[in-house]
Design a protein around this ligand. Structure first.
Ligand code: HSE
Length: 436
């Protein structure tokens, strides 16, 4: 059979990795796909740059539009990232009848609804396995492997850079900025690393996971997003002392009222497997009503792990190019006319447990005032530590774990606690999930 010609947009970390994997494993890939896959063209902003891959047999161009408009290209692989020109390029490729493989989570989370509608009209595929959790085939697992289940919730460590920073801070006492610089040098971080540390990248990925889990439209604007910048070494140590690890977690849960969509630092019991996922590794726990909890673990960033997902999508595209076009796996797992608009809950409607850290005067009645406020908001204390005052100081750190409560009640209680004359500074709050 005729080889399939692909055009790669972007020859950075992931693009270079994809070229290398396609070349190294060409024989096995062709045996799986049924046809040879040839990287015929590629675009890059700077054609003079040294690359991690050999480009000797690839026609290079600085203009990606040449590739999406080239009638000789069967499949466009978009690995540039960002919203524009990626969106225009993908829409042009679709309009030209080309299948698209992308690793661009920002693009899918924000513009996926429009892109899939256009792809549906043209009968082409848009595959995006590499957009979530790098090399872990989590999209395929939820969309196909768990298709018999009602998904109840999922929770994931889905930003490798953030997890790498938290792990290094905990294990080696390293500084935040120093670890971030290393993640950038290793090619893990986004072009704008605030996307990693402020939870935006994880929010993009959670948006996609929630859509394929619950059959809802992609809606990034409804995700509650909090990053890791306010986590201190003290919080990490107190959490450890209480039997927990702090992880940056994306949570999507279906409740009777709607869907919780949230990304924030979270205390997780140390005994959970997911609490022991360190470094740049990602993990996603998915709980289905039939299967129960299932855990998926692997490298969430980096050249070849992400290329592994890109190439798997290419193999799927090539296999499907010859099969029944009416009977493909739907983009968002559910048939397009079966996508339902279940409401996404506002942050104040979240129900979770909390870790609270505050600084208070070391004198009688202070703890009683704090517990009175919590009780008035129906918040029950699960555990409490009061540390001794630092030399020469009259205030002490107080660390509390609470039982499940409504975020709205916690917001009100924190505001009242911060107003107490005996409490100084802000209350540091980290949400806690037992993931049982
Ligand atoms: N910046 C992302 C991360 C890359 O650190 O997880 C993979 O999407």
């Amino acid at each position: 059979m005729k080889p399939v010609k692909i055009g790669i947009l972007g020859l950075g970390t992931v693009g270079g990795g994809a070229v290398n994997v396609l070349k190294r494993n060409a024989g096995e890939i062709a045996r799986r796909a049924g046809r040879e896959i040839i990287v015929s063209r590629a675009s890059a902003r700077d054609l003079t740059r040294t690359r991690i891959c050999d480009t000797a047999h690839i026609a290079l161009s600085a203009d990606p539009f040449e590739i999406v408009n080239d009638p000789d290209i069967d499949v466009v692989v978009e690995l540039m990232g960002g919203y524009e020109p990626a969106k225009q390029l993908v829409l042009t490729a679709i309009a030209n009848g080309k299948h698209v493989v992308t690793a661009n989570k920002a693009l899918i989370a924000l513009h996926g609804n429009e892109i899939f509608a256009e792809a549906g009209k043209k009968g082409v595929m848009v595959l995006f396995e590499a957009a979530v959790a790098g090399g872990i085939p989590i999209i395929k697992a939820i969309r196909e492997g768990l298709a018999g289940n009602r998904i109840e919730w999922l929770a994931g460590i889905i930003n490798g850079t953030g997890n790498f920073i938290l792990s290094e801070m905990r294990d080696k006492g390293r500084d935040f900025a120093d670890v971030l610089a290393e993640a950038q040098a290793l090619g893990y971080a986004e072009a704008d690393p605030t996307f990693d540390i402020e939870g935006i990248d994880a929010g993009h990925k959670l948006t996609i996971l929630a859509s394929i889990a619950f059959g809802i439209p992609l809606q990034f604007d409804k995700v509650y997003t909090e990053g890791i910048t306010r986590i201190t070494r003290a919080d990490v140590e107190y959490a450890e002392a209480l039997g927990y690890r702090i992880k940056h977690l994306g949570m999507a849960r279906k409740t009777t009222q709607g869907i919780e969509l949230r990304v924030h630092p979270t205390l997780i019991p140390k005994r959970r497997l997911i609490a022991n996922v360190d470094g740049v590794m990602n993990a996603v726990l998915v709980c289905g009503d039939a299967v129960g909890p299932t855990l998926y673990y692997g490298a969430g960033a980096g050249a070849e792990p992400t290329a592994s997902a890109v190439v798997a999508d290419l193999v799927d595209v090539v296999r499907a190019m010859t099969s029944d076009p009416e009977n493909r796996v739907p983009h968002l797992a559910f048939q397009p006319d079966a996508i339902v608009d279940i409401p996404v809950l506002p942050a104040e409607a979240i129900r979770t447990a909390y870790y609270l850290r505050l600084t208070a005067e070391d004198r009688p009645g202070v703890l009683a005032d704090i517990s009175r406020i919590l009780a008035a908001h129906h918040i029950s204390i699960e555990a409490l530590i009061q540390k001794e005052p630092l030399a020469g100081q009259s205030s002490v750190p107080i660390i509390m774990l609470t039982q499940l409560t409504l975020e709205k009640e916690m917001n009100a209680a924190i505001a009242e606690i911060e107003d107490l004359a005996t409490v100084s500074g802000a209350v540091n709050r980290i949400r806690l999930e037992t993931l049982g």
